[in-house]
Write a protein that binds this ligand. Structure first.
Ligand SMILES: Nc1ncnc2c1ncn2[C@@H]1O[C@H](COP(=O)(O)OP(=O)(O)O)[C@@H](O)[C@H]1O
Ligand SMILES: [Mg+2]
Length: 237
């Protein structure tokens, strides 16, 4: 497979066509952004760390029966994926309250959510990713009702797999965001799973180990990503 022209450059990754219609290359860059792209910095090693972190998680999810776009690592910072028609919706599960839900609903950070919540957001930076519900998705034709049901079921299945994986490694999976897309009509998990798109706390100290370190200027951002990865058994060298 040969890498061809760049199709898209997002906030953290760039997407390239290949000589095969059904396959893309995703390049994980060091760019780190928050607050809908208002705060942007280059963090050394981030592309490599997130690429390897994502590969590890996607393989765990595949092994657990969750269909994903991931096909393999191509280099330290590139992965091969299936080309999806992305559904412009973010699926979020929260096991513990943190971030926007605290502001929106006046909930204190750290409150356990039992059962976990499921939320949908429109992927649109200009509109600040507004919260939507299943009816908006259907009315505006962003996805079919049956695919919305599948996204929800798969997002919760991911929780079953990853909550335990992180707990076994001494960490709490606080929340995470997933994106899905269609591959010849079949719904697959797309995009990435890395500390950029989830919250992870140390189980005992509750120290934040995810992108909140960047958002809140807590320092040691990539060191923390690597710590999380190493605890899961990922090797970054
Ligand atoms: N398998 C895939 N096929 C096509 N597009 C994808 C796939 N996986 C992820 N994407 C899209 O590629 C982009 C990845 O780059 P990213 O920096 O995350 O962009 P953004 O700023 O739009 O979130 C996202 O827009 C994501 O929806
Ligand atoms: Mg993104």
């Amino acid at each position: 497979m040969e890498k061809r022209e760049q199709l898209y450059s997002g906030k953290a990754k760039s997407v390239f066509a290949t000589d095969e219609q059904d396959h893309l290359v995703i390049l994980f860059r060091n760019d780190t952004s928050a607050f809908d792209g208002q705060k942007v910095e280059q963090l050394e090693r981030k592309g490599m760390v997130n690429n390897k972190f994502n590969a590890f998680i996607m393989e765990k999810l595949e092994a657990a029966g969750i269909p994903t776009h991931f096909e393999g690592l191509l280099s330290d910072v590139e992965s091969q994926v299936k080309r999806l028609e992305m559904i412009p919706v973010e699926c979020v599960v929260r096991n513990v309250a943190a971030g926007s839900i605290c502001r929106r609903l006046g909930i204190e950070e750290g409150r356990e959510l039992n059962p976990p919540t499921f939320e949908l957001f429109l992927k649109n930076d200009a509109l600040h990713d507004p919260m939507i519900n299943e009816y908006h998705i259907r009315s505006f034709g962003w996805a079919k009702a049956e695919d919305v049901e599948k996204m929800k079921a798969l997002t919760f299945k991911v929780n079953d797999v990853l909550k335990q994986l992180f707990l076994d490694a001494g960490m709490i999976l606080v929340d995470y965001k997933l994106e899905f897309g269609l591959f010849h009509g079949e719904l697959l998990l797309g995009d990435e799973f890395s500390p950029d798109g989830c919250r992870i706390w140390d189980r005992d100290t509750r120290e934040k180990l995810d992108k909140d370190r960047f958002r809140q200027d807590l320092g040691n951002v990539i060191e923390s990503y690597e710590l999380v990865g190493r605890r899961l058994g990922i090797s970054f060298d």
